[in-house]
Write a protein that binds this ligand. Structure first.
Ligand SMILES: Nc1ncnc2c1ncn2[C@@H]1O[C@H](COP(=O)(O)OP(=O)(O)OP(=O)(O)O)[C@@H](O)[C@H]1O
Length: 595
C-alpha cells in the first residue's frame, strides 16, 4: 500500500504535529510492558531511549522496551497491517489497561522517518527467536528472522527523513519525553553521549494537601506548569472517568465567558495541555491538572470523546469545586472573602445555578449600589427592602440622585445579578425584593412651596411646550445633589418609543414604516424632565424673563440630562445639540445673532 497520502492525512489532520511519534512510541512500550505483566505479574518494566549522534551520519533514535514483544505471526498481523491492534481484546469491550487501541500509532513514526526498523522478541514460549521488521513509507515491508539473540521486548530504530532532523535533537526529545511520559509507571530513561536522564516523576497531587509544605510545593508546581500565580490549590476526584488531580484557583479575575486550558493525562500519559472540557463552564476561574483512567480518547489522542462518561465526570468535578467553596465559606470565611474579592463573578455564576451555594454565599457577594460597592449582607443590614434596577443604564440614570438622597439601590445590571436576587426572594421568606425605577425616585422629590410654584408656573409651561416635540414633559422640583440641574426619567413605555424612533433614524422605506406600525397603536407615553429648583442655574433660567433664552436653555439642559443618563441621542436631538453649541459659540465671539 502507498502510505504517503495516509501519513500526510495523519500528520496534517489528525495529529497536532509530527512530534507525537514520541508519544506513540512511549505508549507502545508501556502497553507492551503491561501485556508482559499479564504473563509475568512481577515483571519490572523499563523503557530505554537512546539518541545516537555522530559527525558522519544522521542521528538515530532507539526506543527499547522490555515488554511482551511479538512473535513472527504477530509481526505479520500487527505491524504489517494498518488498523490491526493487539489491544482491543476478545470481547466487544476492550481491556482498560492499554493506552493504544486503534492500530495506527506506529504509523506516526513515518511522519519523521522514511523507514521504521523494529527488532522484537516475544516473551511467549521458550527461546523464541527474534525478528526484524522493516517498513517503508512506500508501503513495502520485510520480515527477517534474526540469527543473533536479542533481549525479550522491542526496539524501534528511526532516522530522520529530510527536513525532520529537528525532531531528533536531544533537547527536544528530552522535553517531549518528559511532557508525555514523566507520570508513566515503568522506569523511563533517555541516554545520549554517555549521559542518562531519568524521565519519571512523582504524581504531584498524590500527596497530603493538608500539609502546608505540600500545598506550597504544589502551588509552586502549578506556577511552573502554567506560568502564572495561583491563590489556592485543592484536590479533584471523580469516580466516573476515574479522575484524580488538582485544581488551581487563578490569582486574577477573569471574565465569565473565558475558559482556562487544563492539563490532562490519560492513564498517566499526557493527553493535552489545552483541554477545555473536563470542568463545567462556570468553573472558569480554575485551571486543573488531572489524570483520568476511564475516559475515552479520540483517535488523535489529544482530546476526550464528549460522551456521557465525560459529562458525568464534568459534573462530579464541578461538585468537588462546589464542596471546596462551601467548606471554605463555612470554615474559613476570611479566606473565602479574599477569594470572592477576586472571583465574585465566578462565585455568582455558581450561586445563580445552585440554591445551596446561593444560601451560603449570598450575604458575602458584592454588589454595586448607589451608596458604593457592598456585600448583600451589609446592604440588608441597613435596608430591609432590597431595591434594585435591572440594567446598568437605568442605574447610571438614578445613581447620582439616589446617592444624594441616601437611597440605597443595587445595580443588578451585571451578569447573574438579577437571577441571584430573584432566586433569593424565592427561597428566603424574609428577603423582600423590589424593582426600582427612576419614576419612583421622582416620587421622593421635594415639591416647591406655594410661592415658588407661582413664580415658576409660566416657565414650567414654556419648558413643557419646548420639549413637547421630543415627547418629554417638564416638571420643576427640588432634589439633591443641588449641582445637578436636571434628571431625565422614562418608564418602560417611553423607553420603547425612544428606541423605535432611534431605529427609524437609521432605517428607510419599508423597514421604517414597519417600525412606525409598532408604535402606531401603542398608547403614547411621555418621558419627564425634572428641573432641579435647588440648582442655581435652573433658578437663574427661571428668572431670566426672556422667553427665547429660556427656550434655548431648556433645550440644552434637556440634552445634557440625556447625555448624563447615557441615553443615545436621536437625530433630532443631535441637531439640537449642534445648534445649541454653535449658538453658544456665536454668542461667545459676539456674532450677528448675538441679541
Ligand atoms: N513496542 C511494542 N511491543 C509489542 N508490540 C508492539 C509494540 N509496538 C507496536 N506493537 C504492536 O503493533 C500493534 C500496532 O501498534 P500501533 O502503535 O500502530 O497501534 P496501537 O498501539 O494498537 O493503537 P493506537 O493506534 O491507538 O496507538 C500494537 O497493537 C501491538 O500489537
Amino acid at each position: 500500500m502507498e502510505l504517503r497520502g495516509l501519513i500526510e492525512l495523519l500528520s496534517q489532520h489528525l495529529y497536532s504535529g509530527p512530534h507525537v511519534f514520541i508519544r506513540e512510541l512511549l505508549q507502545n512500550g508501556v502497553d507492551a510492558i503491561q501485556a508482559r505483566r499479564q504473563i509475568e505479574p512481577k515483571h519490572e518494566g523499563a523503557i530505554e531511549i537512546e539518541v545516537v549522534t555522530s559527525e558522519e551520519s544522521d542521528p538515530t533514535i532507539i526506543f527499547q522496551d522490555n515488554g511482551v514483544g511479538l512473535t513472527e505471526a504477530e509481526v505479520q498481523q500487527f505491524l504489517a497491517t494498518i488498523g490491526q491492534s493487539s489491544k482491543r481484546g476478545e470481547a466487544t469491550s476492550r481491556p482498560d489497561d492499554f493506552l493504544g487501541q486503534f492500530g495506527i500509532g506506529l504509523l506516526s513514526c513515518f511522519t519523521v522517518s522514511d523507514e521504521i526498523i523494529v527488532l522484537t522478541r516475544s516473551a511467549k514460549g521458550e527461546n523464541q527467536p527474534g525478528f526484524e521488521w522493516r517498513g517503508s513509507t512506500d508501503g513495502t515491508y520485510s520480515v527477517r528472522k534474526l540469527t543473533e539473540m536479542i533481549p525479550i521486548g522491542t526496539q524501534v530504530f528511526l532516522q530522520p527523513s529530510t527536513g525532520y532532523e529537528d525532531y531528533f535533537e536531544l533537547q527536544r526529545i528530552l522535553k517531549l519525553t518528559r511532557d508525555y511520559g514523566s507520570l508513566l509507571q515503568p522506569k523511563i530513561s533517555l541516554t545520549s553521549n554517555g549521559k542518562t536522564d531519568v524521565i519519571n516523576a512523582k504524581s504531584p497531587w498524590q500527596q497530603d494537601l493538608t500539609n502546608p509544605q505540600v500545598r506550597e510545593n504544589l502551588l509552586a508546581y502549578g506556577t511552573e506548569v502554567f506560568d502564572r500565580n495561583f491563590l489556592d490549590v485543592f484536590p479533584l476526584h471523580s469516580t466516573s472517568g476515574g479522575v484524580t488531580g488538582v485544581a488551581y484557583v487563578l490569582s486574577e479575575a477573569v471574565h465569565a465567558g473565558s475558559s482556562q486550558p487544563h492539563r490532562v493525562y490519560l492513564k498517566n500519559m499526557l493527553l493535552s495541555t489545552k483541554s477545555h472540557d473536563v470542568l463545567p463552564e462556570w468553573a472558569f476561574f480554575v485551571q486543573c491538572i488531572v489524570n483520568a483512567t476511564q475516559l475515552h480518547p479520540t483517535a488523535s489522542r489529544e482530546s476526550f470523546y464528549d460522551d456521557t462518561v465525560l459529562e458525568r465526570t464534568r459534573d462530579e468535578l464541578g461538585d468537588c469545586l462546589r464542596r471546596y467553596l462551601v467548606e471554605m465559606a463555612q470554615t474559613q470565611p476570611r479566606r473565602f472573602e479574599q477569594l470572592i474579592a477576586v472571583h465574585h463573578l465566578a462565585v455568582k455564576a455558581l450561586a445563580a445555578d445552585d440554591d445551596e451555594c446561593l444560601e451560603l454565599f449570598a450575604d458575602l457577594l458584592p454588589f454595586q449600589t448607589s451608596l458604593g460597592t457592598m456585600t448583600l449582607g451589609e446592604f440588608r443590614k441597613q435596608n430591609p427592602v432590597v431595591r434594585y434596577v435591572p440594567s446598568c443604564d437605568q442605574f447610571r440614570q438614578i445613581a447620582q440622585v439616589a446617592a444624594s438622597e441616601s437611597l440605597a439601590v443595587i445595580n443588578a445590571g451585571y451578569v447573574y445579578d438579577v437571577d441571584i436576587l430573584t432566586r433569593l426572594s424565592r427561597i428566603r421568606p424574609d428577603f423582600t425584593l423590589e424593582e426600582f425605577d427612576a419614576v419612583q425616585l421622582a416620587d421622593r422629590f421635594e415639591q416647591l412651596s406655594q410661592r415658588e410654584r407661582e413664580e415658576t408656573l409660566e416657565f414650567e409651561r414654556l419648558a413643557d411646550l419646548t420639549l413637547q416635540r421630543f415627547k418629554c414633559a417638564v416638571e420643576i422640583a427640588k432634589f439633591l445633589p443641588s449641582d445637578l440641574p436636571s434628571l431625565y426619567v422614562t418608564d418602560g413605555n417611553a423607553d420603547f418609543f425612544r428606541s423605535v424612533e432611534q431605529a427609524q433614524d437609521v432605517t428607510e422605506g419599508v423597514w421604517s414604516d414597519m417600525l412606525g406600525d409598532l408604535t402606531r397603536d401603542a398608547p403614547s407615553s411621555y418621558a419627564r424632565l425634572y428641573l432641579n429648583y435647588s440648582n442655581s442655574l435652573i433658578q437663574r433660567i427661571c428668572q431670566l424673563g426672556q422667553a427665547e433664552g429660556q427656550r434655548r436653555s431648556v433645550e440644552m439642559v434637556y440634552i445634557q440630562a440625556l447625555l448624563l443618563g447615557h441615553f443615545p441621542l436621536k437625530k433630532s436631538e443631535i441637531k439640537l445639540l449642534n445648534e445649541g453649541l454653535l449658538g453658544l459659540l456665536d454668542w461667545a465671539v459676539g456674532g450677528q445673532n448675538n441679541d
